[in-house]
Design a protein around this ligand. Structure first.
Ligand code: CMX
Length: 435
């Protein structure tokens, strides 16, 4: 058993008694009430999911295993010569809650290498799809195609004790995660770079190898590490994380579950917003022609979008009530690496102008930018201008948190998810509406 797996096993053994005690002694204690607004309105704020991987405070933003983003980056061992940590070390961290040593992170990286070979049929599936298929559809299909590899599904067929579920889930999740950089980069190079995939380099880590297979020089390797970690998890209620958890709760294996979650991430109100931010901004710049993107011009463009009944992509959030720290983290990267880049300046001006416009508009509860408002600029700067690819990058990152979560779901024996629905007439009866 690897050190990571052994550490995880010990953590699971410790944790199981906590969950069992809560269920045995306190199952009827309420953690909140559900209002009619929440029942109709997308269960906003209903406390009915449990995860220890990350927690999202509306004002502070995300904490991974109790650490803020800057604390996470500072604590984790860095790839030698790089400013950012091993993604593999982050996987160790979110799975176990323990910050790995450099040796432990490198051991996980070595383990990933043994699992990273993508079966040829996955490439065949991708190649069989029309070339204008959206990259997210390709990404999701590639993952689903690998379902036949599932160790969990095979062991379940053979008959497996429930207490063992976490073990093949861990194996599946690690096997799948290790393959995602190559699948993502393959889709990119096949679709956008004249069908010129680049073979992986066995010497490189998760982020470094991704940059290599994208065909982009340093510091894009650090961009990849930063990007995957930042997008990894945002507690459990967002569409992608919740979908992965929901599908896995039926004991569907992680290939089914992650593919489903990515289909949710592909929605414009969720991960696809990063594509739409760049589309919106580039369309706006193109329409400007030679004119300067002044605050006034941007304000007008924002109002035009709102007045035509559309959302401002990259702004607003269901939980956050301040600027997303993931936005801030990427903004700081831009300030350091591309301070004078014109597109970054436009994005900064939007940041200045959009919140007051949204406040005046009066609908969005959170007028501040989310993660998607900043991420495309960095990609564009390093040459990834094909913005339909951006959500795939988000998806590789999101896999880390969601796969860690379902490993724990299995370890703690979380049951099949099954909230209860009511009819409109029942709600009317509750509030005394008669006709
Ligand atoms: N532009 C215009 N209107 C917005 C808005 C925005 N950026 N954000 C919210 N609103 C509107 C909503 O559409 C809603 O309008 P209706 O009352 O007409 O239905 C109203 O404000 C209230 O919405 P809310 O409670 O503030 O926000 P929700 O929790 O319903 O939705 C989100 C959250 C993210 C879907 C929404 O803010 C949005 O559509 N943002 C733009 C798309 C985007 O950036 N999504 C990415 C989010 C991060 C991620 O998951 O990747």
């Amino acid at each position: 058993m690897s050190t990571l797996k052994e550490t995880l096993f010990n953590k699971i053994e410790e944790h199981r008694s906590r969950t069992t005690r809560l269920l045995k002694k306190h199952a009827d204690t309420k953690v909140g009430e559900v209002t009619i607004g929440q029942a109709i309105g997308g269960a906003r704020g209903v406390r009915c999911l449990v995860t220890d991987i990350s927690y999202l405070d509306p004002m502070e933003g995300i904490r991974f295993r109790g650490k803020t983003i800057p604390e996470t980056f500072a604590a984790l061992p860095k790839v030698p010569g790089s400013d950012y940590p091993y993604v593999e070390g982050f996987w160790h961290f979110v799975l176990t809650g323990e910050v790995p040593t450099l040796e432990q992170a490198q051991a996980v990286a070595a383990d990933f290498k043994t699992r990273s070979q993508v079966p040829q049929y996955v490439f065949d599936v991708l190649r069989a799809m029309p070339r204008d298929t959206h990259p997210m559809t390709m990404f999701s299909a590639a993952i689903l195609a690998m379902q036949r590899e599932s160790v969990f599904a095979e062991r379940y067929r053979q008959g497996m004790n429930k207490m063992e579920f976490w073990d093949p889930t861990y194996e599946d999740c690690t096997n799948l995660l290790a393959k995602l950089p190559q699948i993502g980069a393959y889709i990119y190079r096949m679709k956008f770079k004249g069908d010129t995939p680049i073979a992986p380099d066995p010497e490189l880590d998760f982020g470094g190898n991704f940059a290599h297979m994208m065909g982009i020089d340093t510091p894009y390797d650090d961009v990849a590490r930063m990007y995957f970690i930042l997008h990894s998890d945002h507690e459990s209620g967002n569409v992608s994380a919740h979908t992965v958890h929901l599908v896995a709760s039926a004991l569907s294996d992680c290939y089914y579950a992650l593919s489903a979650g990515l289909n949710g991430l592909a929605g414009p109100l969720h991960g696809l917003a990063n594509e739409n931010v760049l589309r919106w901004t580039q369309n706006f710049i193109a329409e400007l022609g030679d004119k300067e993107p002044t605050e006034e011009v941007i304000r007008q463009a924002l109002w035009d979008t709102l007045n035509s009944g559309q959302v401002i992509p990259g702004y607003g959030h269901a939980v956050l009530r301040k600027t997303d720290p993931r936005y801030v983290s990427q903004m700081e990267f831009c300030q350091k690496n591309l301070p004078d880049y014109p597109l970054f300046k436009v994005i900064n001006t939007i940041y200045k102008v959009a919140p007051p416009v949204l406040m005046e508009h009066g609908k969005a509860k959170n007028p501040w930018p989310n993660v998607d408002a900043q991420s495309g600029v960095i990609q564009w700067y390093y040459g990834v201008t094909e913005y339909s690819f951006y959500t795939v990058l988000f998806g590789i990152g999101r896999a880390i948190g969601t796969l860690a979560n379902i490993t724990w779901d299995r370890a703690l024996g979380y049951p099949i998810e099954r909230p209860k629905s009511v009819t409109t007439a029942m709600l009317e009866e509750v509030v005394g509406i008669k006709d």
